[in-house]
Design a protein around this ligand. Structure first.
Ligand code: NAD
Length: 488
């Protein structure tokens, strides 16, 4: 599929039908070459309400099925993801701009997320105990009702799979609002879920921007909202949704610090740090943003420069999402340079022959960044790493701790004792030891700390079971002849 291929117009998916009825629209642009690949409806509160009504209608039957029945759809859906992996990979590549291998890895991760969802009957078992002679208490997990998921541009296929399979398998009906920059994968997801046999109305997609998000937070029939995106918007969504008495978990942005100690394995560290900062063009919430080099790490930095120079932008480094993103990232680099930081590898002004309209930034390594510079504090979200030098581990930890964010942190060392100090002291939700992208895989849950996440619990894995359900506690007595128990 060539980058310029025109994709079908994006439609909402409501009650099992694709729907587009005269809403205002915006263009969907492929960042690979800047071409218009589709158009997207900018939906309103009325569109959201239509989807919520469809979900409400579907809820009694869907939640009335057993967990073992509900997972059957996701066994079929998982096979469809495998069957269509080439096409789904191409779609992620086209709308997001990441490389083919990164796009494929994203779909494979969606498959793993489905595998966790279909394992729910094995792990979501109810509790029962005889709490008094002849009296039993039981706890059952019940779905919440209609729920919503709002997703960002950086993983068009995977991030919707963080929430959709788990929430649905647990008996909820959902309205998904994908990023308006990458709506094509979500539309295909709706088609495949329908093909897998998901009843109409259980899963709905409403496209658009801010107005759709606000409508989801305001809607009186939506019980819970999950959000993944920037911290600025996570705060807006968390405040608005909880003030409407919805349950909310809102994952925000990141500024992940990698602490590199002089005893770290030089080859592995250099290649892992560069892979972490440049993979998916640095547009991962788990990407390395700051390397804190402790003491004598020049030999590792030299190797990082060699590694970064091996990267071929446009080949094994994809595009960033938009013209605005490219300008923002390059602006951060230029400002750091003006403030005295040293650019070791410069990815500004990248241009790919034949794709001059695309949005590319090459790998960028900036040394001697100071902790108070803007580039050290704010999320850049591009293939850029800032190196801050620290005299010892305590100083490095205090630099990490001073960040407002707290998604991930990592340490590279061969010393177990020093690694343990970082594991204990880093102020982040996900910690890597000699791992540059420490994503917890299922059944472990994903979620950061501080301004990288608002709300209780994490978004995936076991933690998500709490989020998507409520407990029903039932106490029963079946021994009228037995007068000894004290519960009337
Ligand atoms: P974004 O916050 O701009 O958009 C996310 C969603 O919010 C989109 O669906 C968008 O339409 C909507 N939105 C945008 N502005 C809004 C507003 N003013 N009011 C209401 N809704 C609004 O994020 P993005 O640029 O699509 O994604 C990149 C960001 O997501 C980065 O900050 C990245 O770190 C973060 N992210 C975090 C995680 C995590 O797990 N913590 C995972 C992936 C991405």
């Amino acid at each position: 599929m060539a980058a310029t291929t025109i994709q079908p117009a994006v439609k909402n998916f409501i009650g099992g039908q694709f729907d587009r009825n005269g809403q205002k629209e915006m263009n969907v642009i492929s960042p690979l070459d800047g071409s218009i690949i589709s158009t997207l409806p900018l939906s309103s509160f009325e569109d959201v309400d239509k989807a919520v009504q469809a979900a409400k209608k579907a809820f009694p039957d869907w939640s009335g099925q057993t967990l073992k029945e509900r997972v059957q759809v996701f066994y079929k859906y998982r096979s469809l993801l495998e069957k269509h992996i080439d096409e789904l990979t191409e779609l992620v590549h086209l709308e997001n701009g990441k490389t083919h291998s990164e796009s494929r890895a994203e779909v494979l991760k969606s498959i793993e997320l489905c595998e966790f969802a279909v394992s729910m009957p094995q792990i979501v078992t109810n509790e029962v105990q005889e709490v008094s002679r002849g009296v039993e208490c039981r706890i059952e997990r019940k779905p919440l009702g209609v729920v919503a998921s709002i997703t960002p541009f950086n993983f068009p296929n995977m991030v919707p799979h963080w929430t959709v399979p788990n929430a649905l398998v647990l008996g909820n009906c959902m309205v998904l609002k994908p990023s308006e920059l990458v709506p094509l994968s979500a539309m295909r997801m709706a088609e495949l879920l329908k093909e897998a046999g998901l009843p109409d109305g259980v899963f709905n997609v409403v496209n658009g921007g801010k107005e759709v998000v606000e409508s989801l937070c305001d809607h009186p029939d939506i019980k819970a909202v999950s959000f993944v995106g920037s911290t600025r918007v996570a705060k807006i969504v968390y405040r608005r949704s909880t003030s409407n008495l919805q349950r909310c978990v809102a994952l925000g942005g990141a500024k992940n610090h990698l602490l590199v100690l002089p005893d770290a394995n030089p080859e592995m560290t250099a290649s892992d740090v560069v892979a972490s900062m440049s993979g998916c063009a640095g547009q991962r919430c788990m990407a390395a943003a700051v390397m804190v080099g402790v003491d004598a790490v020049q030999h590792i930095i030299d190797r990082m420069v060699v590694e970064a120079k091996k990267i071929v932008t446009g080949d094994n480094l994809g595009s960033v999402i938009s013209k605005e993103a490219k300008e923002r990232i390059e602006g951060y680099i230029t400002e750091a340079e003006q403030q005295g930081a040293k650019i070791l590898v410069d990815g500004r002004n990248a241009s790919i022959p034949g794709k001059e309209g695309g949005f590319y930034v090459g790998p960028t390594i900036i040394d001697h960044v100071k902790p108070d510079m803007k580039i050290a504090k704010e999320e850049v979200f591009g293939p850029v790493i800032s190196i801050i030098r620290a005299k010892d581990l305590d100083e490095a930890i205090s630099i990490e701790n001073s960040s407002n964010y707290g998604n991930a942190a990592a340490v590279f060392t061969q010393s177990g004792g020093l690694a343990k100090r970082v594991m204990e002291k880093a102020s982040a939700g996900m910690i890597g030891v000699n791992i540059g992208v420490p994503v917890p895989r299922e059944p472990f849950s994903f979620g950061g700390w501080n301004e990288s996440k608002f709300g209780v619990g994490d978004i995936t894995g076991r933690s998500s079971i709490e989020f998507w359900t409520q407990n029903k506690k039932t106490t029963t007595k079946w021994n009228p002849e037995d007068k000894t128990n004290w519960m009337s």
